[in-house]
Ligand binder design. Structure first.
Ligand code: SF4
Length: 225
């Protein structure tokens, strides 16, 4: 029977694991040990799909995210917010035209993001989720399934967001606050590679990890039925 990987519950301390250092420890179902055939394919796959440079530059970007490297691992300090990492990465890749696919609920944040990226020298095409003004009824929704029953509601349209950005040939699409599921669809239709500036979490100010960090205190109820 095929064993599924469970890295998230790996029993060994991070510095001791085989994916951290050659010859390290590993559980029976460790993909580093069991998937050497797939590991060998990665380089060729990236080359084949023209993504090798992207893989290289994103790893360089990761390494540049810290200071105090000369003092040793214990002293490493992260120095760059994600938005900076995005524009630096886009610059490294030589991208000139960026796409911003945003949720209308984050229109203020989108405006600032667009201005900031323009200031950094990029051309920015931005498309809001409600683009097209297609009524939810066209997708088979009943009135009581709307956010505000009794009124007109246009459906979030991630397919159209992606198609419009595809048409203007953006080189990197940045997702800002798209809903769960809408982001899934956007990623399916985007021709350009994508990255995420922020995800939607209406309750936690778009910081979904707050619930995870507090899972044994204020959010312990999430573990109950
Ligand atoms: S790759 Fe292996 S050693 Fe690394 S986290 Fe996964 S199971 Fe653990």
């Amino acid at each position: 029977m095929q064993q599924i990987p469970t890295c998230a519950s790996c029993p060994f301390k991070w510095p001791e694991r085989i994916c951290r250092r050659p010859g390290g420890k590993h559980p029976e179902n460790c993909p580093t040990v069991l998937k050497k055939d797939l590991t060998r394919k990665v380089y060729a796959l990236l080359k084949e799909r023209g993504l090798f440079e992207l893989a290289k530059q994103s790893a360089i970007q990761e390494g540049e995210g810290y200071t105090n490297k000369d003092k040793g691992y214990e002293y490493l300090r992260p120095i760059k917010p994600r938005i900076q990492e995005i524009w630096e990465f886009a610059g490294k890749m030589g991208y000139k035209r960026l796409g911003l696919a945003f949720c209308i609920g984050l229109r203020a944040e989108a405006k600032v993001t667009e201005a900031l990226l323009k200031e950094k020298g990029f051309e920015v095409a931005s498309v809001a989720c409600k683009v097209g003004c297609v009524p939810k009824e066209e997708f088979g929704l009943r009135d009581d399934q709307k956010i505000a029953p009794g009124s007109f509601e246009s459906i979030c349209n991630p397919v159209l967001q992606a198609l419009i950005l595809n048409e203007v040939k953006t080189e990197l699409n940045i997702l800002l606050g798209l809903c769960v599921g809408h982001d899934t669809i956007f990623l399916e239709f985007s021709e350009a590679p994508c990255t995420v500036l922020a995800v939607k979490d209406r309750v936690l100010a778009h910081n979904p990890l707050a619930a995870i960090y507090n899972i044994n205190s204020y959010y312990r109820w999430l573990k109950k039925d």
